[in-house]
Design a protein around this ligand. Structure first.
Ligand SMILES: C[S@@+](CC[C@H](N)C(=O)[O-])C[C@H]1O[C@@H](n2cnc3c(N)ncnc32)[C@H](O)[C@@H]1O
Length: 385
């Protein structure tokens, strides 16, 4: 499924967009994940395949615990049929920015690297599920089922099982998992997605948060790819991997407005590259901060709010390195706010920011560079800390 993700994974390698921000050790957990592609693994040279099926095992979770911990009534959405999209997720009430929308344990996960045929592996795995669990898997949508296979044959069963997996699986730490309810989230680009998922290792679950306020009746959308790419590139990727022509609110802008949006998104990507040059001493702390403020301002124009927690946390890192406690604290507060929206106020990242606000000099980067005064965040949307 979607690379659901958003934000910071994007930042890291991400999201397929590869903005390379700072990667301080304190921020290694990744928010919204990238959609995993089993075929990527399958195509790895044998020599690189480090995990065998037997050695690694498959971690199968009980779906009963999923249903036990999350009753249908407790979520602010319903799953419905949507014209041209298959199923999708609609808010059943107004949802606040930062509100948790779903916490879901996986139906199953598989290791990221395998040695056996992926279709065979998945069939083996599914044979260990209850009928209900199996039915929930086969109820998921799929694309890219190879032509010419005959239903009822082993080859067809393997291909179908794999197609479902590739359409719906997302990364779950070191593994890749199926989350049947989250898998109903459709995709939106740039300013169009309003929900972000994150894998939480300590909970063994995926959590989905509202990146933006969502109105009752609105569709909840996540993102399957790095949407900081131009429209044509986004559409090509989505068509190839997910079998649809994206007609989200951003992709369906008239040409002139779409070009403006593309320019903003490209500018954000380039600015992230520039920001990351601070790591190598190629830009000063003040310059890095100015770049971050520019990213923020362009994101505001575009309506692209994802990754802001990570961005602000990175600037706090820069400020700490240059021994500017005031700027560090201001950026950490901002990071706390946006991490809370995107990843949850109870996320590890939010907790880290609280510690930094309380004791700026205890930051691991503190005073690791020459002293420099920064300005703090200056272009903030109304209501920011
Ligand atoms: C992870 S599933 C999402 C849920 C799916 N719609 C369903 O019926 O279960 C991914 C598939 O949903 C469809 N989809 C997702 N986002 C879409 C969009 N913005 N427009 C049209 N189809 C979309 C595509 O068929 C895609 O392969």
């Amino acid at each position: 499924m979607p690379p659901f993700a958003s934000a910071s994974e994007i930042v890291r390698k991400r999201k397929h967009g590869g903005t390379a921000l700072l990667t301080p050790p304190s921020q290694t957990s990744k928010p919204a994940g990238k959609k995993y592609k089993l075929w990527d693994v399958v195509l790895l040279p044998k020599a690189l395949i480090v995990v065998t099926l037997l050695a690694c095992g498959i971690y199968l979770y009980s779906i009963s615990s999923i249903h036990h911990s999350y009753s249908t009534n407790s979520v602010p959405f319903r799953i419905v049929e949507l014209l041209g999209k298959g199923k999708g997720v609609i808010a059943t009430r107004d949802i606040r920015q930062g509100e948790i929308i779903l916490r879901e344990k996986p139906l199953f996960v598989v290791p990221s690297s395998i040695t056996s045929s992926p279709g065979a592996l998945l069939l083996d795995l599914l044979s260990g599920l209850t009928d209900k669990q199996e039915a929930s898997y086969y109820d998921l949508s799929y694309v890219n089922l190879p032509q010419g296979l005959h239903p009822g044959t082993r080859a067809y069963d393997e291909a179908l099982t794999l197609a479902i997996f590739q359409t719906n699986a997302v990364s779950a730490g070191q593994n890749v998992g199926i989350f049947p309810r989250m898998a109903r989230l459709n995709h939106g680009c740039s300013s169009a997605f309003n929900a972000v998922y994150t894998w939480r290792e300590r909970e063994g679950a995926i959590v989905v948060h509202a990146l933006k306020p969502i109105k009752e009746g609105e569709e909840l959308l996540t993102t399957y790819t790095d949407t900081k790419r131009p429209r044509d590139a986004r559409r090509q990727f989505l068509q190839q991997h997910y079998g649809f022509h994206c007609g989200c609110a951003v992709c369906s802008l008239p040409t002139d407005l779409s070009e403006v949006s593309d320019k903003r998104l490209s500018a954000i990507s380039e600015l992230y590259q520039r920001f990351s040059a601070w790591q190598y001493g190629q830009v000063s702390g003040r310059e890095a901060e100015a770049v971050a403020n520019e990213i923020w301002a362009i994101g505001e124009e575009e309506g692209y709010w994802s990754e802001r927690g990570r961005l602000a946390a990175d600037v706090a890192w820069v400020a700490a390195a240059h021994s500017d406690a005031a700027a560090e604290t201001a950026w950490a507060r901002l990071a706390l706010r946006w991490y809370s929206y995107e990843l949850g106020a109870d996320s590890e990242q939010a907790e880290e920011m609280r510690k930094i606000v309380a004791r700026p000099e205890a930051h691991p980067a503190w005073s690791s560079r020459h002293s420099e005064s920064l300005e703090g965040p200056w272009q903030r949307p109304a209501g920011d800390v």
